[in-house]
Design a protein around this ligand. Structure first.
Ligand code: 5AD
Ligand code: SF4
Length: 477
């Protein structure tokens, strides 16, 4: 099969990365001799699962260097902020945190502060960091994350000036690097990078570049490796998983990929996100309905319920088409859990438009919704649209949306009362250590009475109480 952007990493590059990791590891040993402890790191991640997964990779690289996870940011020798550019709030928080780190840097001049992720792909952000935060050691972007050890080493051998390395190309799909990951019960697996959709409010196509799919064989090999290491549940990640394979000469559809992954022994559950409503195919809905490991849970961002707003957002579907799609999914996958992303306050959004959004909530009955207040992103089309909405109007709409969505989520959960649900047991409940916790196929959080030996396996739990955001129960097995 031919593909467009695949880049098997060369043997030289692998040796180079290994060399960097070994050198850093050696420096860490020297640190141990001097200080009686190994160096430690702290990563703060902002934004989506894609970033969470990138941070996992960074953590894996630290593992390879024997650098320990610090208990808190204050105790760490290396601090990384993996940033998100999707909304203004997250950006402001990064600036606030960087400002606060000045004090730590004064106390410990050897402290290494790195910032990476989507924010760094924007020139104005890098300029701001150079100007306002000279105590930052390292700046890198989304396309060259795998180079972190090299950059760290370069910084440590340099003159302590901020080292900036951001690539503004789309990046290749890098395969073949030594795996730097941790094995848990659940794992994220990237199947594609970037986005071609250019929704008018969204910065992602500018920070993550154009769509690039990973080769099915590479994805399958990674999942097999995860299964061999005890992983039971995978979540396939992409900004728009339904256009998986569009960049191949011989297209392999996302549904086909799911079918292949469904055959891998040891994997019990497969999830995926995110789907764009305009690209969901009949074949995919059938795959969710028919493949035993693919969970009945679909995240389908609606963004707005108003056809006029959707058009201005460049979403390529109408309110009616979206609802028709939802109905089709509900018919084919009767026990499906539906979740969504919704935004209020897009430029020009009227009260009527907003009522359309509430109407979609009512009609779809989402299991849960991620809700956002629109915030201007520099360089997007919506930035220059007329009629930006007043903050107080946005807040009012957001609160009304929130209470409606929560009301529906509670109602949806109440339907599970007395039902028997299959739970993948992840560990002890966070709030109550005498209970276990896990998730259903519909991704519902369940806290339940059971035996410690159940951790890591699938058990049937009878639901004895339902809440807005979780279920309580008792294990039957
Ligand atoms: N303002 C507010 N929310 C946004 N999102 C994307 N861009 C913006 C923005 N400029 C939301 C969308 C998307 C989710 C990841 O973030 O709902 O689906
Ligand atoms: Fe952003 Fe739209 Fe792409 Fe999602 S589909 S990442 S909202 S541009």
């Amino acid at each position: 099969m031919q593909r467009s952007k695949a880049k098997q990493i060369s043997q030289d590059e692998i040796l180079m990365q290994q060399y960097n990791i070994n050198s850093l590891s050696q420096m860490n040993e020297d640190f141990f001799k001097e200080n009686g402890r190994y160096q430690s790191y702290f990563i703060q991640t902002f934004g989506c699962q894609m970033n969470e997964h990138d941070s996992e990779n960074l953590a894996g690289m630290f593992d390879m260097m024997n650098i320990d996870l610090a208990d808190s940011m204050e105790e760490a020798d290396i601090i990384i902020f993996n940033t998100c550019a999707v909304r203004e709030n997250a950006e402001l928080k990064v600036y606030g945190n960087l400002h606060a780190l000045k004090k730590l840097k004064v106390k410990n001049p050897d402290l290494i502060i790195a910032v990476c992720g989507c924010m760094m792909q924007q020139d104005h952000v890098v300029d701001e960091i150079k100007k306002r935060f000279p105590h930052v050691s390292l700046v890198f972007g989304t396309h060259n994350l795998y180079k972190f050890p090299e950059l760290l080493l370069k910084y440590l051998s340099g003159d302590s000036k901020t080292l900036i390395d951001v690539w503004d190309i789309d990046g290749n799909v890098i395969e073949g690097l030594p795996s730097a990951r941790r094995y848990d019960l659940k794992a994220f697996v990237n199947i594609m990078y970037g986005c071609n959709n250019f929704c008018t409010y969204c910065i992602v196509p500018y920070t993550r570049g154009r769509e690039r799919s990973r080769n099915p064989e590479d994805v399958i090999n990674e999942v097999k490796d995860l299964a061999r290491n005890g992983v039971k549940e995978i979540t396939l990640l992409g900004q728009n998983v339904n256009s998986y394979g569009n960049d191949f000469d011989n297209k392999v559809s996302f549904a086909k990929l799911l079918t292949m992954l469904n055959d891998i022994q040891g994997i019990e559950r497969i999830r995926f996100m995110t789907s764009h409503p305009k690209d969901i195919s009949e074949e995919l809905i059938d795959a969710v309905a028919n493949l035993d490991k693919v969970c009945e849970s679909i995240h389908l961002p609606v963004q707005s319920g108003s056809t006029a707003v959707l058009k201005k957002m460049n979403r390529h579907y109408t309110k009616d088409q979206y609802i028709e799609l939802i109905n089709k999914i509900k018919t084919k996958v009767p026990n499906v859990a539906l979740t969504t992303d919704i935004m209020v306050g897009f430029p020009g959004e009227t009260e009527e438009d907003f009522l359309d959004t509430l109407d979609v909530l009512e009609k779809v009955q989402y299991d849960s919704a991620f809700m956002f207040i629109y915030s201007v992103r520099k360089g997007t089309v919506a930035e220059n649209m007329d009629n930006h909405i007043d903050e107080s109007v946005k807040k009012d709409r957001f609160n009304r949306l929130l209470s409606k969505a929560n009301e529906i989520a509670e109602l949806k959960n109440s339907k599970y009362m007395d039902e028997i649900v299959e739970v993948l047991v992840e560990g002890f409940s966070k709030k109550d250590k005498t209970r276990l916790m896990g998730r259903t196929r519909q991704n519902k959080l369940v806290n339940f009475i059971g035996d410690e030996s159940m951790i890591g396996s699938l058990v049937n739990v009878k639901v004895t109480e339902t809440k807005s955001f979780s279920l309580n129960g008792i294990a039957l097995d």
